[in-house]
Write a protein that binds this ligand. Sequence first.
Ligand code: ZN
Length: 367
Amino acid sequence: MVKFFASSFTVLVLTLTAVKAQTTIDINKYPAINQIPPTNSPEVQAWLKEVGDLSGAPSIPLHKGEPPACPNPPIPNECYWTCEGCAADDITACAAPNTWGLTFDDGPSTATPTLLNYLKTNKHSATFFLIGSNVIQYPDTVKREVAEGHHLASHTWSHHALTTLTNEQIVAEMKWTEKAVMEATGLRLKYMRPPYGDINNRVRYVLKKLGYIPVDWTGDAFDTNDWQMPTMAEDKVIATFTKSLDAYVASNKTKGFYCLEHDLNDLTVGVAQKLIPLGTARKINIASVAQCESDPQPYQLGGTAPMPSVSGVTPSATATSASSTGKPTGSAPVATPTAAKPNDANVESVGALSVAAAALAVAVIFT
Ligand SMILES: [Zn+2]
């Protein structure tokens, strides 16, 4: 009997250890949450060595402010997207015709699981531009995103405007986020979205060295303004975006669009569930960045399996419908982008799932 209890206890301890290992990341191994990581840490020093010489980066003075004010006069050749709408080779539109490139920034948060439930029910796949500081707090949510066919991408470690950071700080922001997602999922991110859409040629140079592809959004018209809630009423958010969708439907739709949306809190997740049906009602397909760009390998490492197909994404059918509209060729409505609100959601540590799983393990052992 004693032996039985002793072995049961060992199993319990082992189970609890395993549960803990599956659901938590040791946040002490990471930089402070929502802070620009120091560049003199051994990890960042090793990454800088790996990246190599950054002296070829365009010499552009660092901007100031959060988000930065537009320089006046403009700095020649910086190609500053936020202020000039200059995108260089950033991705700004979904390559698939008649398609809404569904993206959510600033997560994961406590509101994300509700959004995932909605997307699962409606069989939509999205790209989540993750903040590294949030990833280490909600690794289970990130794992769930992958398991349910969504695509992960980077939104930096601390959500600071990248044009205000040094080249070395940009490396630290990107690599710590990459490490966190790698630890949670085994995937090395390939796409990124700059916080506030704040990107210029210096930032692009460093991102390219790290193997990242920037994805902006398709201009002001496709900023859902969800981040302005509750200052902006939900009705106004919906009405404004409805106009954008109607303008898109009336265009030739040869390219899709990327919207700006957030899984930041209950308000933004709530309005997402009202906006998406407005798109599907207009027969617009919904897709992640990986699907929009037909990228069979949307990670730098791992995830070589094709992304799951999503109902409603039928490129051949949409190509036919787009060409059969008979409308003259032209581009979708694109306006100068606005800066998005900083993520200031401060989130609590996970644990509920671990506790539930541990309770289950105890129940199994003692029944
Ligand atoms: Zn953001």
